[in-house]
Design a protein around this ligand. Structure first.
Ligand SMILES: CCCCC/C=C\C/C=C\C=C\CC(=O)SCCNC(=O)CCNC(=O)[C@H](O)C(C)(C)COP(=O)(O)OP(=O)(O)OC[C@H]1O[C@@H](n2cnc3c(N)ncnc32)[C@H](O)[C@@H]1OP(=O)(O)O
Length: 303
């Protein structure tokens, strides 16, 4: 187990928490680009860039929220709007989710949205997390995650909602649900999602230890479907998308929906209770204290 936890990685410890391997720092500015060809349809909000190629029907949705694409309320709202527009757009058949930030797919939920705020904010934030999961887990179009960097917690959850996951072959990158390492508990629908992805036994170990996997270990347990050199992540995602597109949409869509509906329905049935649970859990003094210490440690650590 220790080998799975630590192999090849330089972890930074704080209390019982382990961080992802460090080493990368990020610029906080980003450059937006626009395509002029009539077959391409680009739009860019501040945190999400969408490039839809009308000739292939493939949209690339790029996260561009420096430094680490953390999923803040703003990020989630912008992503939700972009996904909704693409779902309504008949010229789009598939969406590739990837990152425009170096070395990070997404650092997961933005801890600043879960720290030092009031209960109304926590409830609004949590509903937006539920919303993006519901949208992606029941998305009618094909979704592929091009995981070109580390992908902890909420980042891993988002990748797991996709129909297929391709991860860059860089031993410094990690993916997994590390919530217990932060002293928090992954909600039941995070758990359902990982069980559906890797199976019950692997999910038990993964969740209890808060395991973060290297790309090759993630491939072994089926958390990702393919590992390729980083420069090939997008081209492999496009090739894979073409294979999905060869299947009649209605048959693929109905199959996906039948497989995922029970999991989606479970959150829909308990959505309000789940929000209340989250708000009461995250508002606890002890949890706030842990999150505060974790944030301080994240900001202080220099590698
Ligand atoms: C029984 C009832 C249950 C009810 C349910 C209750 C609770 C469930 C609740 C929550 C579930 C949460 C899921 C989550 O997603 S929590 C978030 C988990 N994410 C992490 O732990 C990742 C932490 N980050 C890292 O390990 C590294 O930052 C990373 C490897 C991603 C990148 O390393 P790098 O060295 O490149 O960059 P850093 O210098 O560490 O970071 C730069 C900058 O960004 C800030 N930051 C990093 N991650 C986050 C984050 N998730 N949110 C907010 N801010 C983040 C970091 O502090 C640095 O800031 P600054 O110093 O530049 O100001």
């Amino acid at each position: 187990m220790a080998a799975v936890l630590r192999r090849g990685a330089k972890f930074i410890s704080f209390g019982s928490s382990q961080l992802l391997p460090g080493g990368c720092k990020h610029g906080r500015t980003s450059t937006l680009s626009f395509f002029s060809s009539s077959n391409r349809n680009s739009s860019s909000s501040s945190k999400i860039k969408v490039d839809l190629d009308g000739s292939t029907g493939i949209a690339v949705v790029k996260f561009q929220s420096p430094p680490v694409n953390s999923m803040s309320l703003d990020f989630l709202t912008e992503l939700s709007i972009s996904l909704e527009k693409l779902e309504l757009d008949k010229s789009c058949r598939g969406v590739i989710l990837t990152s425009g930030q170096p070395k990070i797919f997404s650092a997961g939920l933005d801890i600043l949205d879960m720290y030092g705020k009031n209960p109304e904010h926590y409830a609004e934030f949590w509903k937006s997390v539920q919303d993006i999961w519901l949208k992606l887990y029941s998305y009618s179009k094909i979704t592929i995650a091009g995981i070109n960097g580390s992908c902890p917690a909420g980042g891993c959850l988002m990748a797991m909602t996709c129909d297929y996951r391709i991860m860059a072959d860089d031993p410094r990158y990690r993916i997994g649900l590390n919530e217990t390492q932060l002293g928090i508990v992954a909600p039941f629908w995070f758990m359902d999602t990982i069980v559906n992805t890797v199976g019950h036994r692997t999910a038990e170990l993964s969740l209890q230890f808060g395991l973060m996997y290297s790309p090759s270990d993630a491939l072994k347990i089926g958390l990702v479907d393919q590992v390729v050199p980083e420069e090939k992540v997008l081209s492999t995602a496009t090739e894979t998308m073409t294979q999905f597109m060869a299947i009649p949409d209605h048959a693929r869509e109905i199959s996906k929906s039948m497989l995922r509906k029970p999991t989606v329905d479970r959150l829909l049935a308990f959505r309000d209770a789940d929000t209340k649970n989250f708000v009461s859990f995250i508002s606890k003094d002890s949890i706030q204290k842990s999150l505060g210490m974790y944030l301080t440690m994240l900001k202080q650590r220099k590698v």
